[in-house]
Design a protein around this ligand. Structure first.
Ligand SMILES: *Cc1c(COP(=O)(O)O)cnc(C)c1O
Length: 354
């Protein structure tokens, strides 16, 4: 590095997270970022249509009270057990900063949400990645060594595998000196939540999002649930960075969405039904995959390489997710779209695999 660029020595350098592609083209079938194929609740539309735009001149409620209250009511918690943020990425980032503050390494799986190592790097948190088993499962014994914190998604991403509540409890119980974060971005699609354990274990934080199961990825709403001490510590950090993170419109839309339980359940059912149908079709096409409890399927083909299938699908304007990485380089992660979108995918795959 040249002397004139010495200011660069003081720059916080990081390798950023790479989000899934958001193609500009609108006539694509987008099965690459686990978005919900259905629109949000019509209650959200009513809020948007009736919003008084003049209110934009005011700062929002920094505590996001309407949203926190709606979430607390839905999950039978007190307001002091709920933290909200700008998508669960924001909530996770604040949680890393708040709770992973030790010299000991934090632990997470080698195959998991690829933002965890990015946050660890940007915040200078040491970490160790614990290899999943051959069939992509977590071995709880890997999480019984000294550590500065633990995080993993359940169901895991991009594998879709659910670990049992018993196993999660075993890990939480074995680590009373660290915070264990369960990232439940996909839990609504048929897995069991660790929320049932938050009253029993002070060191457990559960994080969920409106982006997948509530069809609101564009609104950016995520939340954490845990005992009130954890939530207070997160709010202290949040209010030390940016008090006004959630727009008034976001707060209102989120609160209405969470109140529309009937619509929520009906879209979940459609996605789960299409997922199970997609498993049958994929297996007829020669794919093998984990038993996903999420809104995606993590599959590899018995003869054709994932890279080739990915490219051939993209040519046909069908986007799925592919990582050219060790251990998962022959897998595709396919988000569950509508029945029609999935049928278009299967028709394309029939051609490609012929
Ligand atoms: C999608 C996802 C998130 C983040 O979603 P937000 O849109 O920021 O709420 C977090 N964790 C996992 C595992 C995800 O797949």
């Amino acid at each position: 590095m040249s002397l004139s660029n010495s200011w660069e020595n003081n720059v916080r350098k990081v390798v950023p997270y790479t989000p899934g592609e958001q193609p500009k083209d609108t006539d694509v079938i987008k099965l690459n970022t686990n978005e919900n194929p259905y629109p949000p609740s019509t209650k959200v539309r009513e809020i948007l249509e009736n919003y008084d735009f003049g209110k934009m001149r005011l700062y929002p409620d920094p505590d996001s009270t309407v949203l926190v209250e709606a979430i607390a009511e839905r999950y039978k918690l007190s307001k002091s057990q709920v933290f909200v943020g700008v998508g669960s990425d924001d909530v996770l980032s604040i949680a890393f900063l708040t709770f992973f503050n030790s010299d000991k390494p934090i632990l997470f799986p080698d195959i998991t949400y690829s933002f965890y190592d990015v946050w660890a790097d940007v915040y200078r948190i040491p970490y160790v990645q614990k290899p999943l088993t051959e069939d992509f499962r977590i071995n709880p014994d890997d999480y019984k060594c000294e550590n500065g914190g633990i995080i993993f998604p359940n169901p895991n991403a991009p594998t879709g595998c659910e670990e049992s509540l018993e196993m999660i409890e075993e890990i939480v119980k074995a680590n009373p000196d660290s915070i264990v974060i369960i990232d439940e971005a996909y839990v609504d699609f048929g897995a069991e939540s660790a929320l049932a354990l938050i009253d029993k274990y002070e060191n457990l934080l559960v994080i969920q999002t409106f982006s997948k199961s509530r069809s609101m990825a564009g609104m950016r709403i995520g939340y954490a649930m845990g005992n009130e001490k954890l939530i207070k510590y997160m709010n202290d950090v949040k209010f030390s960075i940016n008090s006004y993170t959630m727009t008034p419109l976001t707060q209102l839309c989120g609160a209405e969405a969470v109140k529309d339980e009937e619509y929520f359940q009906s879209t979940l059912k459609m996605i789960i039904d299409v997922r199970e149908y997609s498993k049958e079709r994929l297996s007829q096409l020669g794919f093998t995959f984990t038993d996903s409890k999420s809104n995606f399927i993590f599959a590899s083909h018995n003869t054709k390489s994932a890279g080739e299938i990915f490219a051939a699908l993209k040519e046909r304007k069908i986007f799925v997710r592919y990582w050219n990485k060790p251990r998962i380089g022959n897998h595709l992660r396919i988000s569950i779209g509508t029945r029609e979108e999935m049928d278009a995918l299967f028709a394309a795959l029939e051609e490609i695999l012929k």
